[in-house]
Design a protein around this ligand. Structure first.
Ligand SMILES: *Cc1c(COP(=O)(O)O)cnc(C)c1O
Length: 385
């Protein structure tokens, strides 16, 4: 594998970019280099796991950069390691950041629990349009942070508008691109500076890896890398190897999941036990026009609100194949109640304001066959109606 990415197709990038060539035996998969000690004399790179510069770490980052169409990337130990390291690398005491209101709970918690200790000020927007962001910008604002589609209601932010706003105010822009993946959304091309990923989700895709990634220009990557060496949130080479292996099938997995989600969104929107459905691919979705503009697909997560006649817990426990479990994006379909998991710490009133009712279900669509998924949902409805 040369350093330059010569492949254009997403499937080809997933399969071939970022492989560590087995020079010794010509094997077709990357060897694992678990070493913590490498020669240094006359070498142009210091290889060390905490520096994210071992062969497996270095080459996996190339795959992420190729997908996001950025100059460079860095792989870290979790999505939160990627997010916290990146934010802290750019924010200094006295700086201010504007963040989208609906962001991943862990990110929100990082901001609310830690930023004050470091003298970093922050504001959450009250809406998702560019005006809501613009009105929070102050003299000391340094950065803007978005996450689109958002969890669990899959609300969308116009990425280009926020990127333009950020540029015109001299800010640095961040996006959490975990839900969409670079397969259907390329924020860097729309002008966003730093792209964050929980690789625990679709990149890993088998519910067995915890990892994170950041994609950006080489210059920004250097700033993040400098802090990451000090914070130490690197990813082990064994996991980097497994993640590289897993990402070979990222595109086939994700597109199969997305196709299923498209079909199931139609079935669910006609289902009499469901009152409301949230999927950016549906024309009824309030941000469908933004989705069409900035995404080449609509993703594989659907949220829906059960009819009052169905109790969410009995629905979830009536499912046979679909596992009611935390997290998402694995090849297997899963469902959860946001009110009882990700948004449990909010008061019931706060949840209502955010549109997260007790009967809301978040559905991570897997790669199973649609008729089997549909049958499982139907039999669960019949059991608890
Ligand atoms: C899971 C998730 C994270 C955090 O990732 P970890 O790998 O659990 O640290 C961040 N953002 C989004 C959107 C997520 O879904």
């Amino acid at each position: 594998m040369s350093d330059k990415n010569i492949y254009k197709g997403l499937n080809t990038i997933c399969t071939h970019v970022g492989q560590v060539k087995d020079e010794q035996f010509g094997g077709s998969v990357s060897p694992i280099y678990p070493g913590t000690s490498y020669e240094y004399i006359d070498k142009d790179i210091d290889r060390y796991p905490r520096y994210s510069s071992t062969p497996n770490q270095e080459f996996l980052a190339k795959k992420v950069a190729a997908l996001e169409e950025t100059e460079d990337a860095i792989i870290l130990g979790s999505g939160m390691a990627a997010i916290s390291t990146s934010l802290m690398a750019f924010l200094n005491s006295g700086d201010h950041i504007v963040l989208q209101n609906d962001i991943y709970g862990g990110t929100r918690n990082l901001v609310e629990a830690q930023f004050q200790r470091y003298g970093i000020q922050y504001s959450f927007t009250d809406g998702l349009d560019a005006k809501s962001f613009e009105k929070e910008i102050k003299a000391n604002t340094k950065a803007i942070y978005i996450e689109t589609p958002s969890n669990p209601l899959l609300k969308l932010v116009d990425i280009k508008q926020i990127a333009d706003l950020s540029r015109s105010n001299g800010l640095i822009s961040f996006i959490d691109n975990t839900f969409a993946t670079p397969l259907i959304q390329k924020p860097h091309k729309l002008g966003i500076d730093i792209i964050l990923h929980s690789a625990t989700k679709y990149f890993g895709g088998h519910s067995d890896i915890c990892a994170g990634a950041v994609a950006s220009t080489a210059e920004h990557r250097e700033i993040i890398w400098n802090l990451s060496k000090n914070l130490g949130g690197s990813l082990s080479d064994y996991t980097a190897w497994l993640l590289e292996r897993s990402m070979k099938t990222l595109s086939v997995r994700f597109f199969a999941q997305q196709k299923n989600a498209g079909e199931l969104s139609k079935y669910l929107s006609e289902c009499k036990f469901i009152d409301k459905i949230y999927y950016p691919g549906l024309e009824t979705h309030p941000n469908h026009d933004i989705a069409r503009k900035q995404m080449t697909g609509y993703g594989a997560v659907i949220s829906f609100e059960l009819n009052k006649s169905i109790e969410q817990k009995s629905f979830l426990t009536s499912l046979n194949m679909i596992n009611p479990s935390m997290s998402f994006a694995g090849v297997e379909s899963t469902m959860l109640s946001p009110a009882e998991t990700s948004h449990y710490l909010l008061t019931p009133e706060e949840r209502i304001v955010q549109g997260i009712t007790d009967n809301l279900i978040r559905f991570s669509v897997g790669i199973e066959d649609v008729p089997d998924i549909q049958n499982d949902i139907e039999q669960a409805f019949n059991k608890c109606k």
